[in-house]
Design a protein around this ligand. Structure first.
Ligand SMILES: C[S@@+](CC[C@H](N)C(=O)[O-])C[C@H]1O[C@@H](n2cnc3c(N)ncnc32)[C@H](O)[C@@H]1O
Ligand code: SF4
Length: 464
């Protein structure tokens, strides 16, 4: 390990020690030694009960426009070993085109249910899967479907997910031009590691040099923003490799990065590759303490190079590069209209999930003219109040007056004892206007906000 890297590690270890993890374990806030479970939303998707569209949406659902719009394109060039998103590899041109026809029908069904001519979007996220892997013909088809159904006049940010190899060569340039011409502002690209060994080992379809080339290209084309995803805690990943990845990210030209801690979880009903590997040899995976040091290294290296954490685990040159979709969903609690298999939506109190990983059932429901919703809940008032606090506190900050106006109660009146405990252990701070996580609280953001969960919605901490 180089002298510089040793210095980073020493500082990260010291900073991690200063967070006094052991004390937090004793207080029952940090569950050391158990699998890491991120808080993506509340209640967690995995805990949604079965429900039909009629049960969740009711006879005449209302929508607050403009909405956050999510579209899921479940096609990839390879299946990365760590990934548990719903996606397919090896689909033909016709199969993808058929899926897009389904999306077209699905958005039309949402418009009919919600009495809309067109959806007014405040932010758009096209995710997957790898949306940038679409052929040029299918990319045009997809963007035309979007233009037909979506009014983007008020859209502050249109984000599109990409994988580096799909943006290279003539085909990559043509894709980038089409995306630029159709108003995409921000490309969000999975890079995972600037390390060819780890990329090969996890079955990524690109090299580290190709990821850098793709970032440079996105810049040359003049997109407003380029974001990258990086993962720490991969099997066999060393501290040195993670430091090198972070220092390369700093020089890469990316405007922001989202740092993911590897989640070792089953893939749908199957164990999936990462869980299989882990079970064979758990010792190759960084443990809790090493994972914490990796997280701290990501924080320190980002902050010291001018990339700030305005949104938990996303580091950016300035807040305009953070995903507008995530901000709308988690901070502003905007209504979310979803389209595509495995996506989720929320319309005020209705909170629902589309069919996951069963393409036959998804197609069948659409063919019958039904929205592909098969799980969901109508949130009662208390759950909606928890959700509003948990999502804003975890990701940004709670605007106390806005909370009162939306929820009819002040956070302190609803969650006084838990807030007092979190303030007492240095996790949460407050001024006249806002409640927010301290630096210590942000490091344990998932664990802190889980303290506000209702017991029935605490996710099980097990691997399978
Ligand atoms: C839909 S993908 C991003 C775009 C594109 N599919 C790609 O991978 O290049 C979303 C991100 O989820 C993250 N991710 C996937 N599986 C994960 C896991 N097991 N643990 C943590 N993060 C994961 C990866 O960083 C990935 O880039
Ligand atoms: S990480 Fe991205 S490219 Fe890899 S399988 Fe998952 S969605 Fe596809």
């Amino acid at each position: 390990m180089s002298v510089d890297s040793k210095d980073w590690v020493a500082r990260a270890k010291q900073a991690t020690r200063e967070l006094a993890t052991e004390e937090l374990v004793d207080l029952g806030i940090v569950p050391k030694g158990e699998p890491f479970v991120p808080v993506i939303t509340y209640p967690a998707m995995g805990l949604m009960p079965s429900a039909s569209a009629e049960e969740v949406l009711g006879p005449d659902p209302a929508v607050r426009q403009p909405v956050a719009l999510y579209l899921h394109l479940p096609f990839c060039l390879t299946r990365c070993h760590f990934c548990h998103w719903v996606t397919r590899v090896g689909s033909t041109e016709e199969e993808v085109a058929g899926y897009l026809d389904g999306l077209d029908l699905e958005i039309r069904l949402y418009c009919e249910h919600l009495h809309l001519d067109r959806i007014r979007a405040r932010s758009i996220l096209v995710g997957g899967g790898t949306p940038s892997a679409l052929s040029l013909g299918n990319l045009h088809k997809f963007l035309q479907i979007l233009e037909k159904h979506v009014d983007t006049t008020e859209c502050r940010q249109f984000s599109f997910e990409a994988e580096p190899s799909t943006l290279l060569g003539d085909l990559g340039a043509a894709r980038l031009q089409v995306l630029l011409d159709h108003g995409v502002h921000r490309l969000s690209m999975g890079v995972q590691a600037f390390d060819d060994g780890l990329l090969r080992q996890t079955a990524r379809p690109h090299t580290s040099a190709q990821a850098l080339e793709a970032i440079a290209r996105i810049r040359e084309f003049g997109f407003q923003s380029v974001a990258i995803d990086l993962i720490y805690g991969l099997g066999g990943q060393t501290l040195q490799q993670w430091i090198d990845t972070m220092l390369t990210a700093v020089r890469s030209g990316a405007d922001s990065w989202q740092l993911y801690r590897l989640r070792i979880a089953p893939h749908g009903d199957r164990p999936g590759t990462v869980l299989g590997h882990y079970r064979q040899d758990p010792s190759t995976y960084p443990g809790y303490d090493e994972g914490s040091v990796m997280k701290m290294l990501g924080n320190l290296i980002s902050e010291e190079h001018g990339f700030h954490q305005d949104y938990t685990r996303i580091f950016s040159r300035d807040p305009s590069h953070v995903s507008g979709y995530l901000y709308d969903v988690n901070n502003d609690l905007a209504d979310v209209i979803p389209a595509g298999i495995s996506s989720w939506g929320s319309l005020e109190r209705a909170y629902f999930l589309h069919v996951g990983d069963d393409f036959g059932k998804y197609r069948q429901m659409l063919a019958e003219g039904r929205l592909p919703i098969d799980r969901g809940l109508v949130l009662d008032e208390a759950t909606a109040q928890r959700r509003a606090l948990i999502l804003a506190l975890k990701n940004t900050k709670v605007d106390k007056r806005a909370y009162f106006e939306r929820m009819g109660r002040w956070p302190q009146d609803l969650f006084g004892p838990t807030l007092d405990r979190m303030r007492g252990s240095g996790m949460v701070e407050e001024d006249e206007d806002f409640l927010r996580l301290t630096a210590r609280g942000r490091f344990f953001a998932d664990e802190v906000v889980m303290q506000f969960f209702e017991p029935r919605f605490v996710p099980p901490r097990k691997l399978a």
